[in-house]
Design a protein around this ligand. Structure first.
Ligand code: AP5
Length: 214
C-alpha cells in the first residue's frame, strides 16, 4: 500500500501517518523529519535545508526528489510506505510519478487532511515536539503524561523552531501557492480522499481506517 499524506502544515499528517504505521506496518517517510535529523547531525544537506526551513520556505526540489526516490529503494519500503510531506510541489509529484512508473507501480491513496488556516494557527501554538525522539504532542489534544516530558523517551518537549505564529503564516502562504495544486493533480488521477481535519484525533483516525479498509 503506497500512501501520500497531503494537507497544510499542522493539519495532522504526521500524527495520522503514525496511526497508519501501527495498523498497516509500513514505514513513514517524512522529508521534514529527514531534514531535521540532518540539521541535528550537522550534515551538508542539513546546512543547506536549515535556512529554508527556518524561514518557512520550501527546500529546493533538487535537494528533495533524489533523496526520496533513493529512500523508496530501501528494503523496508518494498511492501509500501507513507509519504509525509512529499511531494510538495507539482515538479516533485511529477518526479515521483515518473520514478514509480519506471518500476511499473503507482501511489494507491492520496489522503488530504483539510483544515482552515485559522484552525491551523490556533492548533500549532499548542504543538510540542520531543527534542530527543521527535514524537509530537499537543498541550490540549494529545498531552504527555507529565507536562513537558516525552512519554516515549523522557526527552524535553519544545516548540518547533518553525512553529512561531509568523513562520506558520508564511508556511501557510507557501502551502496555498505551491502545495495545494497537488489536490487537483491527485484528484485527476482518481486517488484523492478528502478528510475533515477538525474531526479530532479519533474522528480522523476512523475516517482513515474507512478509506484504507482493514
Ligand atoms: P514538515 O515537517 O513536513 O512540516 P509540515 O508539512 O509543515 O507539517 P507539520 O509537521 O508542521 O504538521 P503535520 O501536518 O504533520 O501536523 P502534526 O501531525 O504534527 O516540513 C517542515 C519544513 O521542511 C517545510 O516547511 C520545508 O521547509 C521542509 N520540507 C519538508 N518536506 C519538503 C519537501 N517535500 N519539499 C521542500 N521542502 C520540504 O499535527 C499538528 C498538531 O496538531 C500536533 O500538536 C498534533 O498533536 C495535533 N493534531 C493532529 N491531528 C489532530 C486532530 N485530528 N485533532 C486534534 N489535534 C490534532
Amino acid at each position: 500500500m503506497k500512501i501520500i499524506m497531503l494537507g497544510a502544515p499542522g493539519a495532522g499528517k504526521g500524527t495520522h501517518a503514525k496511526g497508519i504505521v501501527e495498523a498497516y506496518h509500513i514505514p513513514t517517510i517524512s522529508t521534514g523529519d529527514i531534514f531535521r535529523q540532518n540539521i541535528k547531525e550537522g550534515t551538508e544537506l542539513g546546512k543547506k535545508a536549515k535556512s529554508y526551513m527556518d524561514a518557512g520556505e520550501l527546500v529546493p526540489d533538487e535537494l528533495v526528489c533524489d533523496l526520496v526516490v533513493d529512500r523508496l529503494e530501501k528494503d523496508d519500503a518494498k511492501d509500501g510506505y507513507i509519504l509525509d510531506g512529499f511531494p510538495r510541489t507539482i515538479p516533485q509529484a511529477e518526479a515521483l510519478t515518473a520514478a514509480l512508473k519506471e518500476k511499473g507501480t503507482a501511489i494507491d491513496y492520496a489522503l488530504d487532511i483539510e483544515m482552515s488556516d485559522q484552525a491551523i494557527i490556533d492548533r500549532m501554538a499548542g504543538r510540542r515536539v520531543c527534542s530527543g525522539c521527535g514524537a509530537t504532542y499537543h498541550i490540549v489534544n494529545i498531552p504527555p503524561k507529565k507536562e513537558g516530558v516525552c512519554d516515549s523517551c523522557g526527552g524535553t518537549l519544545e516548540l518547533r523552531k518553525d512553529d512561531t505564529p509568523e513562520t506558520v503564516k508564511k508556511r501557510l502562504d507557501v502551502y496555498h501557492e505551491q502545495t495545494a495544486p497537488l489536490i487537483a493533480y491527485y484528484k485527476e488521477q482518481g486517488i484523492l480522499h478528502e478528510i475533515d481535519g477538525s474531526l479530532g484525533v479519533e474522528g480522523v483516525k476512523a475516517k482513515v481506517k474507512e478509506i484504507l479498509g482493514e
